[in-house]
Design a binder for this molecule. Structure first.
Ligand code: WT7
Length: 567
């Protein structure tokens, strides 16, 4: 069984109303993602179906049916309303991949508030810039993460509540803290869901750019129309599927497909909240009989590295469909997955701003390993000349990916940063900021990003944020941060640093600076390598030329250096 109808059939007469009809939504109606992901599935007769099977790092397990998802998220909504949270207030979710994160997400949406998911490994500096920009009213978190918030609380007068889902009753709560045990809270059977409409804001995801602070990508409830249908057609979700999306809901894959796409399709999904190991992942697939697996190239390359022998220890025959997102999926990984799992990982391309899959290896379509595939039905995408912003007249040329705006899950703006949002459009095209070519059969071949943002293991890191953090270290005079090639993560963060007088580069200082960044920002942003140098290459106007350092790392031609100061 599958939802697969040929790509050509799907694009013929495609209209987003196909999705609207399946969801019984009519333009102008109330549309609330929280309701669609729980109440509606119960109404369809699946109240007792398992919605979420969660496994923690100690092997502990928790299960929730769709009815429990519905009631527990009602409880979250009820509690938040009781605290005075209003529609469109920002409520941050700052948790590991625990059930409270998934259920909290739906509960916040049910009262019409805006969910702001933040990766739980973020340090205080990463947190404060994002909470400050969003002017967040409440943060739902775990007691182990609360100290990071306590440290910066004085600087955040807009935060009224820190809600701790696993508070220790024996310990006093801190300033503005309140305990909330989701499983044992009051769970109203009848809960008045806020009547959000298509354009009501839903999720605010932060993403990093080359310059400036991270941008808050504003999504709306209507995004469901895209997320539901792409989950059904690309991830091929069926009622019988046991689905595993390995992404963390601190990032967009973990919400668009790890929550909204999965639950709106009424599948059973499994979550593993534990660190990566090939054995543990294969054991998880075997134990839960995972059928659909959505993961990322870095994980796939790590599994490749772990080798073929370990695979033989497990029964992975339940797997029927695999897909990948976040970074280029190299052809070797596609071919390898076909060989060892009997199924090729299908590459999907999209980003935080697009909210759902844009270009994809549509199931059933011929796979060209190394290609991202073709635009999802209803998506008009091409490649345009970076100078003229016009599409090329023939195949094979490398240019900027350009997408015609207008699909349901497109971001509506960057939060309090309309100017940067407007810059993402040229000549009526939305530009995701990536380069690609298109071959003579319409397949897209990803080339690279069109900016200095580092994509490490599928996570975007801003060189600007890392450089700013480095400058706060007492030994650092100047810094330039670039990507360095890495087999597993594709790219890792590398920092070039000049030291202040009186400091000498050493292994200890190296480690100290790395740790400093890890604590302030996150383990992802931590430089994997620091190179102490005497001078950074700069333009005559004093701008640091990351391009030159980048080219050096990648063994590429340095190109035009006519504006270079110290050549
Ligand atoms: C950027 C978006 C979309 C969910 C996770 C990342 C890169 C994404 C692919 C792919 C090559 C890809 C792009 C994109 N990217 N998917 N299949 N092949 N590159 O979301 O953090 O917003 O990052 O990741 O550069 O713009 P994100």
């Amino acid at each position: 069984m599958s939802n697969i109808i040929s790509y050509d059939e799907r694009i013929k007469n495609f209209d987003w109303s196909i999705s609207e009809k399946e969801l019984d939504y009519q333009p102008g109606n109330v549309i609330n993602i929280g309701w669609y992901c729980s109440d509606r599935i119960c109404k369809l007769g699946k109240a007792d179906k398992m919605a979420l099977i969660w496994e923690g790092s100690q092997g502990q397990e928790k299960r929730y049916t769709y009815n429990e998802l519905r009631l527990t998220s009602n409880g979250v909504g009820h509690f938040l309303r009781g605290l005075g949270i209003q529609p469109e207030d920002r409520v941050c979710l700052f948790m590991d991949k625990i059930p409270e994160l998934y259920i909290g997400f739906l509960g916040v949406l049910k009262i019409g508030a805006i969910v702001q998911p933040l990766f739980s490994a973020f340090g205080d500096e990463s947190l404060i810039v994002r909470l400050e920009n969003a002017q967040t009213t409440a943060v739902i978190t775990q007691r182990k993460h609360a100290p990071k918030l306590r440290k910066i609380l004085d600087k955040m007068p807009y935060i009224k509540h820190i809600i701790i889902v696993d508070a220790d009753p024996a310990k006093p709560l801190g300033d503005r803290e309140v305990a909330f045990d989701m499983d044992h809270a009051f769970k109203p059977e009848d809960f008045e869901i806020h009547p959000t409409k298509a354009e009501s804001p839903s999720v605010l995801h932060y993403t990093s750019g080359t310059t400036g602070q991270p941008k808050g990508v504003k999504h709306v409830h209507y995004s469901l129309i895209s997320q539901y249908l792409t989950s059904k057609w690309v991830l091929d979700l069926l009622d019988t599927d046991i689905y595993w999306c390995t992404a963390d809901p601190g990032w967009v894959t973990g919400t668009s497909y790890g929550i909204i796409g999965a639950f709106s399709n009424g599948v059973t999904q499994c979550v593993l909240d534990a660190g990566f190991s090939a054995d543990n992942w294969y054991r998880f697939i075997e134990k839960h009989k995972i059928t659909m697996w959505y993961s990322a190239p870095t994980a796939i390359r790590s599994l490749m590295k772990a080798g073929d022998e370990v695979i033989k220890k497990y029964d992975l025959s339940s797997l029927r469909h695999l897909a990948s997102v976040g970074e280029p999926l190299n052809s070797e990984a596609v071919i390898w997955s076909e060989k060892v799992y009997g199924k090729a990982f299908l590459d999907t391309y999209w980003q935080t701003e697009t909210g759902s899959i844009m270009i994809t290896n549509f199931p059933g379509m011929k796979i060209k390993p190394g290609s991202m595939g073709k635009p999802f039905p209803g998506i008009t995408a091409t490649v345009i000349d970076a100078d003229t912003f016009e599409p090329f007249d023939g195949p094979g040329k490398i240019g900027l990916i350009a997408i015609k705006p207008g699909w349901p899950s497109m971001m509506r703006t960057y939060w309090r940063n309309e100017e940067t949002y407007n810059k993402k459009f040229k000549n009526g095209w939305y530009l995701p900021g990536d380069r690609s070519s298109i071959d003579n059969e319409g397949y897209f071949w990803f080339v690279g990003r069109d900016d200095d943002v580092i994509n490490t293991g599928g996570h975007l890191v801003s060189p600007f944020e890392v450089e700013s953090a480095l400058l706060e270290h007492p030994a650092v005079a100047e810094s330039a941060v670039v990507a360095k090639p890495d087999f597993v993560n594709m790219e890792v963060v590398k920092a070039f640093v000049t030291l202040k007088p009186g400091f000498v580069g050493s292994k200890d200082l190296d480690l100290e600076i790395m740790n400093f960044v890890r604590k302030k920002l996150s383990p992802l942003a931590m430089p994997q390598e620091i190179e102490f140098i005497d001078n950074l290459p700069k333009t005559r106007s004093g701008k640091i030329m990351r391009r030159i350092l980048h080219a050096k790392e990648w063994g590429e031609e340095i190109g035009d250096t006519s504006t270079l100061e110290n050549d």
